[in-house]
Design a protein around this ligand. Structure first.
Ligand SMILES: [Fe+2]
Ligand SMILES: [Fe+2]
Length: 170
């Protein structure tokens, strides 16, 4: 493994990905707690658990490769993505229960799929680029990042399924 100091940008990107995955897991746990439909709830729980795991996996990876950076302004780095996730999270925390209409707004218009690059797309694109930026990236690192990318594909499919279910049941 290369012990030279990696570029600052690489450290900032991976540090903000850890932060983003944690926010995303909090967001899905809020959705899980406040949704009634048991089938949709289960998917929110699974996406929340996987996002939490992503945050932990990226943290382990960052520590192993010496890529953790202190005091990064992730709001500045992630821009609109950070702002939207934070605002949705705040809206969710104020609600005690979510109707299907609320869910459609949150998933469809505000947040994840339409007119906006969500966390899933962001990480699907970013993580392979991060691997290319790591000096002497190991085969294990490539496999770990590919695993997260596959999970993100699953999250996108699950969200599309949830939205279509909500729209057909209204
Ligand atoms: Fe993720
Ligand atoms: Fe995700």
């Amino acid at each position: 493994m290369n012990t030279e100091k990696p570029e600052l940008l690489l450290r900032e990107l991976i540090t903000c990905s850890i932060v983003l995955e944690k926010m995303i897991s909090d967001l899905y746990f809020e959705l899980y707690e406040k949704t009634r439909d048991p089938d949709i709830k289960l998917l929110f729980r699974v996406i929340g658990l996987e996002s939490k795991r992503h945050s932990e996996i990226l943290e382990e990876t960052a520590v192993t490769y010496g890529l953790k950076q202190e005091r990064v302004d992730c709001r500045k780095h992630l821009g609109e993505l950070f702002v939207v996730v934070e605002s949705v999270l705040n809206q969710l925390r104020e609600k005690s229960e979510l109707t299907l209409k609320d869910l459609e707004t949150i998933l469809g218009k505000n947040c994840i799929l339409e007119n906006f690059v969500g966390e899933e797309t962001y990480h699907r694109i970013l993580l392979p680029l991060l691997v290319d930026m790591v000096p002497d990236a190991s085969e294990s690192l490539v496999r770990i990042m590919n695993k997260i990318v596959r999970d993100e594909e699953f999250h996108e499919e699950a969200l599309k399924y949830i939205i279509s279910r909500i729209r057909t049941s209204q």
